[in-house]
Design a protein around this ligand. Structure first.
Ligand code: ADP
Ligand code: MG
Length: 584
């Protein structure tokens, strides 16, 4: 995607609510007009009304001032209202689009950005843009009008004093500009630090149970303290220049006020100037300060929003390479479930030497039961995640039904490939509701059938409410093995052509594990079954066993052949055999 200027980028979000973007500044400008008429009327009341004891004049002007103030209040409310509505509507649309884009992200895109950073971008960064838009709508015309108006009114009242007021504008403007130049780059550093904190929070909160079971709370607290402190440090670095703004402008205004009083005082004593004019001049001076400060706020929030805009654009412009836009057979429904790997290599980090998969080739006929075994980190999970295209291969090809997975519709491919992970996610709701993730309109018979295969029907029935049993958050009221069996049943309900169990019976006892495999074989003869396991027992009766080590296939065949020929397999076998004997 080409880099777009912000105007083009935000146009679609502004389009439907364009009236807010016109009415907000319009009402704010109307309000500011009152702002510089009021001191003028006030000066008249003092200099003409009070000086001549003209009560009628005072009342007339006083009533007018009250009406004007009420009108200003109305305009102010209307302006703020449209500014809030416009900025919120705009960012709601933007947020929806960013979210939609993130949904399209592949696993490697999420790895690249990190979940914490994606969350910060969708929440905090968009809020920065919203804040800026709101401030901009309120002040972009109002502040300049106020500034020019106050200067012009001062000159019309007394030009010999007004030049002092005019002189302070560029000086103060320069100081504000300097501060902004220093502050702006510190904002992006601050935002990055916020990413880090959110990553930390996300990791801790989602894994609270594990942390508690390892009694790691203190460690986590310290870790959090560290990132939190760093955020404070970066925030202070960014904001400490900002807070200089207030005292600097106050100083400038106070000095100018003194100069105005000194100059005016002389004129008042000479009788060439009235006391009311002096009060009006001082009010205009403070209005100039307000307007300048508002401009500074717009520019500062603008630099902040600019940093955020860049981060949002990074997401929006991230080309999701893993897509099915050029698929040659988008309508192909997977039938056989045969799988072929041809010289597949894959790296998680494209610039590293370390290959997670190194020249992998094998093929599986539809309906086979295939076991994969190997030490942790040998690449088993990586290998199977190539089948539903969770990641794309770097070299070689993966074929399903004889077609390159890149040429299939992603939706159809993932519909037909069910993957059960060791740590799968259940949601709060009933057991039946959780199963229906696999198939929305599943009947009771269908649920029971798959639960019987996954050896879950028995324990579900033992619950008083059976399939209507409520699960706690993440299935907290089930044992690990029960959760795993429920996840297997849920995947089977999808009616897949290929089912992959990635170490998903690790918490199930050996007898039940064997029953699941038996049921798989007898009940699901046409489905291709891939079982990744730690235990040799879980794979030894497979049609084919793939032995992995360090990203490579080091053996492939039946249990007996591997036991005779494959060194890695023998090692795994004997280490487990010895352990079994020890246990006996
Ligand atoms: P296994 O499932 O056999 O235990 P994996 O396929 O999970 O092994 O991991 C293979 C290698 O790839 C390991 O070295 C692991 O550290 C690395 N790896 C796995 N997942 C990722 C990831 N998302 N990002 C980077 N490296 C990864
Ligand atoms: Mg694994």
């Amino acid at each position: 995607m080409k880099k777009k200027i912000w105007f083009q980028k935000y146009k679609p979000y502004v389009k439907k609510y364009w009236y807010c973007f016109i009415l907000a500044p319009f009402f704010m400008v109307l309000e500011s007009c009152g702002e510089f008429i009021l001191p003028y009327l006030n000066a008249n009341i003092i200099d003409i009304g009070a000086a001549n004891g003209d009560i009628a004049y005072i009342v007339e002007n006083g009533v007018f001032m009250v009406l004007l103030a009420l009108a200003m209040l109305l305009f102010g409310i209307l302006g703020a209202n449209f500014a809030i509505r416009g900025s919120n509507r705009m960012t709601t649309g933007l947020r929806a689009d960013v979210f939609k884009k993130v949904q399209k992200f592949s696993f490697s895109d999420i790895d690249k950005f990190t979940t914490g950073s994606i969350i910060t971008r969708i929440t905090n960064d968009i809020t920065q843009i919203q804040n800026f838009t709101q401030t901009l709508l309120r002040g972009m015309f109002r502040s300049p009008v106020m500034l020019v108006g106050a200067v012009v009114m001062s000159f019309s009242l007394n030009s010999s004093v007004a030049w002092v007021i005019l002189a302070v504008v560029p000086l103060l403007g320069l100081a504000i500009f300097g501060i902004i130049m220093i502050t702006a780059p510190r904002y992006s550093v601050m935002q990055k630090q916020l990413d880090e904190m959110n990553t930390e929070i996300k990791e801790t909160v989602t894994n609270e149970r594990v942390i508690k079971s390892f009694v790691r709370e203190d460690f986590e607290k310290k870790k959090f303290h560290k990132v939190n402190e760093k955020l404070v440090e970066k925030s202070i670095a960014a904001l400490k220049m900002m807070i200089l703004l207030q005292p600097i402008s106050a100083l400038a205004i106070n000095v100018t006020t003194l100069a105005v009083i000194w100059l005016s005082g002389k004129q008042i004593m000479l009788g060439t100037m009235e006391i009311g004019t002096l009060t009006a001049l001082i009010t205009y001076l403070s209005q100039i300060l307000t307007a300048l400060n508002f401009v500074a706020m717009i520019v500062l929030q603008g630099t902040r929003a600019n940093a955020s805009d860049k981060r949002i654009s990074e997401i929006m412009n991230n080309e999701v390479l893993l897509n099915d836009d050029n698929a040659l057979y988008p309508d192909h429904e997977i039938q056989e479930g045969s799988i072929t790997f041809e010289n597949v290599s894959f790296r998680y980090y494209k610039n590293s030497q370390e290959k997670a998969l190194d020249n992998i080739s094998f093929s599986i006929t539809g309906g086979e039961l295939v076991g994969i075994i190997g030490s942790t980190g040998s690449g088993k999970s990586t290998l199977v995640s190539m089948i539903p295209r969770l990641y794309d291969v770097d070299e070689g090809r993966v074929l399903v039904d004889g077609i390159d997975v890149k040429d299939l519709s992603l939706f159809r491919l993932r519909e037909s490939v069910a993957m059960v992970l060791q740590k799968n996610v259940l949601f709060s709701g009933t057991i039946a509701e959780n199963l229906c993730w696999g198939k929305e309109d599943a009947t009771e018979e269908e649920m029971q059938r798959v639960c019987k295969i996954a050896q879950a029907d028995g324990f579900i029935r033992s619950f008083p409410n059976g399939y209507e049993t409520e699960l706690g958050q993440g299935g907290a009221n089930l044992s690990g093995g029960q959760k795993q069996r429920l996840c297997i049943a849920r995947s089977l309900l999808k009616d897949p052509k290929i089912i992959i169990l990635d170490d998903s019976t690790s918490a199930v006892d050996t007898a039940t594990d064997a029953s699941i495999r038996y049921a798989f074989r007898t009940e699901l003869p046409h489905i291709t079954k891939i079982i990744i396991a730690q235990r040799i027992n879980s794979v030894m009766d497979a049609d084919k066993i793939i032995v992995m080590d360090d990203g490579k296939i080091v053996g492939m065949g039946k249990h007996k052949d591997l036991l005779a020929s494959c060194k890695t397999y023998q090692e795994i076998y004997w280490s487990q055999k010895d352990k079994e004997e020890e246990d006996e």
